[in-house]
Write a protein that binds this ligand. Structure first.
Ligand code: FE2
Ligand code: FE2
Length: 343
């Protein structure tokens, strides 16, 4: 073990060092509390043997400082050296300061050795538990990541089934997730929420599964009735994703239902406005339009970026949430990069 001895009496110090080294411990010596604390702070000390009465800083204060190091540090076992007749102080040291054990001077080598082995067992056990705890945390983190990946792949595969019927491609749904997550992150959402919207946003048009091919794939302008049928994809999506107990799916539900609402009203299906529209849906409304305009579609070529932005700027505060619109403008370079990486 790495043992730090704090003792101002040179003879005791030398005698302690002699035995500890004989028992194969690595010994660090200090001549008072302050000296010991300094050495303690820059070395990996597992056990401290400290005299009680010392100049500069006494043994009690030293142990108190060691204990105040916080829970992140491995546990340090402490043994107080006392003279006979300090019994009351010993009780105080054990109960109030957090001293683990004490040895009466002049010490009996066999007794000291026995007490050290208790200390060693305690320190080893604490360190093993600590490592075990870290291992568990790592396993939990890995499992969480695995679950997320499974969810993501399941969602994207199901959405592929929709793609073939619609002009929206796998690239589009993936980008909507990434764009939305980027804005959410910029807006200061928690990591968990950012992950949620990344998975939830791709499902915004899932309700199109309930729209007949004849209408969804119709070339040329739609009649008013046909447009009503198209609009129903929000309610259908809301139904498909409704009543979940999971935050990610609750968010997906809001997005599917409200991604065609407009900031100042006039959207569908509920003609909501402003903050009555869930934030996730406001974000998707924005990035959905951006991606639709800036990518090639079957029936038309992509618009140049300047044209896209000029068009969208007109809708700041009418169609789009102005605050998120500004965040979106600041993020254009990132959006360009994301789009290039996800064709
Ligand atoms: Fe939609
Ligand atoms: Fe879309």
């Amino acid at each position: 073990m790495n043992i730090l001895i704090a003792e101002d009496d040179a003879i005791t110090l030398r005698r302690l060092q002699h035995f500890l080294e004989k028992w194969d411990h690595h010994v660090i010596t200090a001549v008072n509390g302050a000296d010991a604390l300094e050495k303690f702070l820059d070395q990996d000390v597992e056990l401290v043997i400290t005299d009680w009465m010392m100049p500069e800083m006494d043994g009690m204060e030293l142990v108190r400082r060691i204990r105040s190091g916080g829970k992140d540090k491995p546990y340090v076992y402490t043994i107080l050296l006392t003279s006979r007749g300090e019994k009351e102080d010993v009780v105080k040291g054990l109960s109030e300061v957090g001293v683990d054990d004490y040895v009466v001077k002049p010490f009996e080598p066999d007794e000291l050795r026995a007490r050290l082995s208790v200390g060693e067992r305690t320190v080893r056990l604490e360190r093993t538990l600590r490592e075990y705890g870290k291992g568990l945390e790592k396993i939990v983190r890995m499992q969480t990541r695995l679950i997320r990946k499974t969810q993501e792949e399941t969602i994207l595969r199901l959405l592929t089934a929709l793609e073939s019927r619609d002009e929206e491609t796998g690239g589009h749904v993936r980008r909507i997730g990434l764009f939305s997550a980027h804005l959410a992150n910029e807006a200061g959402w928690t990591r968990e929420e950012v992950e949620d919207i990344r998975l939830a946003a791709p499902m915004h048009d899932i309700g199109k599964i309930g729209v007949p091919d004849a209408i969804l794939q119709k070339e040329g302008p739609l009649t008013a009735d046909e447009f009503e049928v198209i609009k129903s994809h929000t309610n259908i999506g809301g139904q498909i994703l409704g009543d979940s107990e999971f935050p990610m799916l609750q968010m997906a539900h809001e997005i599917a239902l409200y991604h065609h609402e407009r900031w100042n009203g006039g959207g569908y299906p509920e003609d909501r406005s402003g903050e009555d529209i869930p934030i996730a849906a406001r974000i998707v409304a924005l990035v959905d339009v951006y991606d639709a305009l800036s990518q090639d579609r079957v029936y038309r070529k992509a618009c140049p970026l300047e044209e896209v932005l000029e068009n969208m700027r007109k809708s700041r505060g009418s169609h789009f949430d102005p605050e998120y619109f500004d965040l979106f403008l600041d993020s254009i370079p990132d959006f360009r990069r994301i789009a290039a990486e996800n064709p």
